[in-house]
Write a protein that binds this ligand. Structure first.
Ligand code: YNC
Ligand code: MG
Length: 430
């Protein structure tokens, strides 16, 4: 059982995580094996230069694929599917660039495996650096994502080789912890989130088998029920712009202080990356290939930013449907609201936990999500997905999100911590 995972510094059993802290004793980069982990014969390592060819693309036609195209193609055909093999994630090139190149990223943590003879990319794993707070400890992590092995090479124990190689490269950077999520259960989760889905296009969702049509329901009635309307309602609700970054960063840092596990967003550049750069560039009055949609509420009297809310796009390929081949899904991303702070408070621990404040927060979050649904509909999304994390329980039911079948399991590598119930968020959850 778990031939690989039982050798790794992860909690081996549930309920054994009593002390908070690293599992392996302290090491230094000098202790790390300087050569890549051995691959089976016929394969070779290849650092994927995902920014290469990016400039070239626009200017002239490149006959060969860019490296980001290769990763995109591998994932499009071989990445995560749902249990019934109806849908498969279809991360866009722009999404992958955004997800893999935050401030301080390491190029050598974008790791590919190629077939030696042909050069074909058949495996991938990636890490990005992210500073986390888990309860009272803050430490650097690698956020591991996009682990993928070509369908024809499954069950050959390639995944452990990829994981060991990314671990080696992360350790060479003097980083000893990692955070990752998976649909599968391995030793040992510190938190589990459920997926919730808010229908925006019920006719299509029913047609493709994503949503059931319950007895006595009609499509026409569902269309009315899930129509979010045309206009946002919160006064001062508008798209986030670069000038908002420092206020949003401060708001987000304070708000995330509420949760047992959260990313720090230490610098404004982090916020600029995750919110603004993800919106893409405007060309001919239109934004192309937008990945992130971010909105703020600017108080009309004080001109201060009181709230922020955001979502990202992650379509899924609909496999084997005669009419549709793409599910346009939006996923709730970060949000924050100053509703939880005592008036005039400025320090990080100035949360007010009384019932009145909770109630105020509930109202504000519901208003924000109501407006987010209007924007998502406007941009032609079929569904908005959310996980049971952050303060999402405050709005999931009221905003008519339905509980899905899927769970997302959260893991830490080389860090032991008592289980965390919902209250968390990191970008690893994309
Ligand atoms: C998984 N998703 O249990 P045992 S999520 C971790 N995460 O080991 P083989 C996984 N481990 O149980 P296959 C895993 N899936 O014997 C499988 N494993 O100890 C373990 N799917 O290896 C598994 N992407 O190569 C078993 O399996 C061993 O050929 C079996 O390959 C697996 O990105 C996979 O779901 C997932 O492409 C590559 O199925 C393949 O099946 C595939 O024989 C579709 O492997 C796409 C998919 C996973 C998405 C993700 C996060 C990955 C986290 C990896 C762990 C990181 C640890 C921290 C490292 C840095 C540390 C520092 C510091
Ligand atoms: Mg394999």
């Amino acid at each position: 059982e778990h031939k690989f995972w039982k050798t790794q510094p992860v909690p081996q059993k549930e309920g054994e995580q009593e002390t908070e802290g690293p599992i392996d004793e302290h090491k230094t980069p000098a202790d790390v094996q300087p050569h890549p982990i051995a691959l089976p014969a016929g394969f070779e390592w290849s650092i994927v230069d995902i920014k290469k060819d990016e400039e070239v693309r626009g200017e002239c036609h490149t006959p060969s694929l860019s490296q980001i195209d290769e990763v995109h193609n591998l994932l499009t055909e071989n990445y995560v599917e749902d249990d019934d093999a109806m849908f498969r994630f279809r991360y866009s090139r722009e999404f992958l660039l955004w997800a893999l190149t935050p401030p301080g990223y390491y190029k050598e943590w974008h790791i590919g495996v190629r077939v030696q003879k042909t050069g074909k990319l058949v495996g991938f794993i990636s890490g990005i650096p992210v500073e986390l707070r888990v309860r009272n400890n803050t430490f650097m992590n690698a956020e591991i994502n996009f682990l993928c092995v070509h369908k024809k090479l499954r069950s050959k124990r390639l995944a452990p080789v990829l994981i060991k190689e990314v671990t080696r490269r992360v350790n060479l950077a003097n980083i000893w912890q990692a955070i990752y999520t998976a649909g599968v259960r391995i030793p040992t989760p510190f938190s589990t989130c459920r997926y919730y889905h808010r229908s925006l296009n019920p006719a299509k969702l029913v047609d493709i088998g994503f949503s059931p049509l319950r007895k006595g329901e009609t499509i026409a009635r569902l269309v009315r029920k899930y129509n979010p309307g045309e206009q946002t309602k919160t006064p001062g609700f508008r798209e986030m712009v670069p000038a908002d970054v420092s206020q949003v960063a401060a708001l987000l840092r304070r708000y995330l202080g509420r949760f047992d596990c959260a990313q720090l967003f230490n610098t404004d550049e982090d916020v600029e990356h995750w919110f603004i750069s993800g919106m893409g560039k405007e060309a001919n009055g239109k934004r192309e290939n937008q990945v992130v949609w971010a909105y703020v509420v600017e108080d009309p009297t004080t001109n201060l930013i009181t709230d922020v809310v955001s979502f990202y796009t992650l379509p899924s390929t609909i496999m084997q449907h005669p009419k549709y081949d793409c599910l346009n899904a939006a996923y709730m991303f970060y949000y924050a609201s100053d509703a939880v702070f005592a008036p005039g408070a400025s320090s990080d621990d100035a949360f007010t936990h009384d019932l009145k404040t909770q109630n105020l927060l509930d109202r504000r979050l519901n208003a924000l999500v109501t407006d987010l649904l209007v924007m998502a509909k406007k941009h032609d999304f079929d569904v908005v997905n959310a996980l049971t994390l952050l303060d999402n329980n405050a709005f999931l039911d009221e905003q008519m999100f339905g509980r899905g079948d899927g769970a997302l399991v959260n893991y830490l590598y080389n860090w032991s911590t008592a289980p965390i119930d919902g209250g968390m968020s990191t970008t690893a959850q994309r």
